[in-house]
Design a protein around this ligand. Structure first.
Ligand code: FAD
Length: 449
């Protein structure tokens, strides 16, 4: 290694192996730095990780990615993921089971914006005035370049654009809850428009929906960790960082009240609350806001292996008053044959649903599936299991102030889905932030020419 190269190679600690930390670690290792990735849990992936259940590797929550997740897809390629094998690619869609007074919207494989126009023409379950309202919304949003002068709630935006009750119920509300994990009355219209710009308003491939066929730890964090170790880095799981201490221009990372090692730079890629605690030890100026959080619950239900749905996933009409909590149902057998007969039902913004208790909630969801899909046997799964992530994402409210990756110290940066971004808390905002944090450190350590 040349003298310049060895001078530039820095020891860097990345704290937290969620998708943000993994992305930062990959970029730093590729830039030639000596990376140590600390993760408090035994499993990599944070809020998007594998969970073993009844002998199967499932996820802590069913996830969907979009074709517009450019940074995630770029890193997938870098770490060697075969995207066509690892993800099921489907056109943008909102399809309800037949016979449940829903709608059937699928964007055909045509260039944008034709795909949307054609989808509207073919959509079943919407009246002419619903379709007109949707077309009006889409052209007005394009005309505004998807930008609002002042942010407001999604409900207010929909009201301003004269959206029909049915369109709100079947399209906008489920999209808003799925994308922002915040109900339309409280969700940021600007962030919602950003997501729509990159889905409804984007080139067709960007609007595609990508569903992982493998568990979320295998999908990216595990591959990221392999790349880091191939570049001479170290992965430490079960390693909860308790303190980071500034020491003679370096950083000491403390585990169990003892110093583990000294580093030239640190990326703190833990959730916002933990980052605020770690930063409080090194600076009084850290401005990590106290976010509000929303829960997401996934209910797994196992049926006999020959139980299938006609589509890989359906939207469901939720109505808490009638005990219908499920918003989307996924037939996992269509993603991975070893999971035949296993369904995953997603309940976003699920704080009230959780109050029912696991047994009552899974029974209610099984009953809802039996009615909605007109398959009475679905009321009686072989087993069911609920996983609730109480702090799944921050509440994505209007004009929310989100901090930047840089701190007052050029060699201490932060990363995570809660940092300033066009997007709500998503895999893409986490990866994007990790890449940005790594790039800030790389710029700092590259000698000016
Ligand atoms: C149920 C559910 C469903 C979701 N669905 C979608 C979806 O469909 N599409 C989508 O794009 N996004 C979805 N999301 C959001 C997405 O999962 C998150 O935005 C993303 O995973 C956040 O990544 P992160 O790296 O910023 O944070 P985290 O994943 O929280 O990573 C932080 C990591 O730091 C570790 N850590 C904490 N403290 C310490 C410490 N002191 N020392 C060492 N390690 C520490 C944690 O264990 C964790 O691994 C969903 C989230 C959930 C929970």
């Amino acid at each position: 290694m040349s003298e310049t190269a060895s001078r530039m190679k820095q020891a860097i600690a990345v704290v937290g192996a969620g998708w943000a930390g993994c992305a930062a670690a990959v970029e730093l290792a590729r830039a030639g730095h000596q990376v140590t990735l600390y993760e408090s849990s035994r499993t990599l992936g944070g809020r998007a990780r594998a969970v073993e259940m009844q002998g199967k590797m499932l996820d802590n929550g069913q996830h969907i990615l979009l074709g517009a997740y450019a940074e995630s897809l770029r890193l997938f390629k870098i770490v060697g993921i075969d995207i066509n094998k690892a993800l099921l690619r489907l056109p943008l869609q909102m399809r309800y089971p037949t016979g449940c007074d829903g709608m059937d919207f699928v964007a055909p494989r045509l260039p944008a914006p034709l795909h949307l126009a054609a989808a509207l023409l073919r959509t079943k379950g919407l009246s002419g005035s619903d379709k007109m309202a949707l077309a009006r919304f889409s052209s007005a949003a394009r005309w505004m370049d998807w930008q609002l002068n002042t942010d407001c709630s999604v409900s207010e935006l929909l009201h301003r654009f004269d959206q029909t009750e049915r369109l709100i119920k079947l399209m906008w509300q489920p999209l808003c809850i799925a994308a922002l994990n915040t109900p339309p009355e409280r969700a940021s219209a600007q962030i919602f428009l950003n997501v729509l710009r990159d889905s409804l308003g984007a080139r067709r491939a960007a609007s595609d929906m990508l569903i992982p066929r493998v568990d979320l730890t295998t999908l990216f964090p595990q591959q990221a960790a392999s790349l880091v170790t191939q570049h001479g880095g170290t992965i430490k799981t079960g390693a909860m960082v308790q303190k980071i201490v500034a020491c003679k221009g370096k950083w000491s990372v403390m585990l169990d009240n003892t110093e583990d090692a000294m580093y030239d730079a640190v990326v703190i890629a833990t959730p916002a609350t933990q980052t605020a605690i770690l930063l409080a030890d090194v600076t009084m100026d850290a401005a990590i806001p106290a976010f509000e959080y929303e829960a997401i619950t996934t209910c797994y239900l196992q049926y006999p292996a020959n139980t299938h749905l006609a589509l890989p996933f359906y939207a469901l009409t939720d109505d808490a008053d009638s005990g219908c909590w499920g918003q989307f149902v996924f037939d996992r057998g269509q993603l991975d044959r070893t999971q035949s007969g296993l369904f995953a039902v997603v309940v976003s913004t699920s704080t009230s649903a959780i109050e029912l208790g696991h047994e009552a909630l899974s029974a209610a969801i099984a009953t809802q599936l039996a009615h909605a899909l007109q398959m009475p046997a679905l009321a009686h799964p072989e087993w069911s299991r609920i996983i609730s992530e109480k702090r799944a994402t921050f509440s994505c409210t209007p004009a929310l102030q989100r901090p930047e990756e840089k701190t007052e110290f050029p060699h201490l940066v932060i990363a995570g889905d809660y940092l300033a971004s066009d997007y709500p808390a998503t895999l893409e905002s986490a990866v994007h932030s990790g890449v940005k944090a790594a790039s800030l450190l790389c710029q700092h350590f590259t000698p000016a020419k």
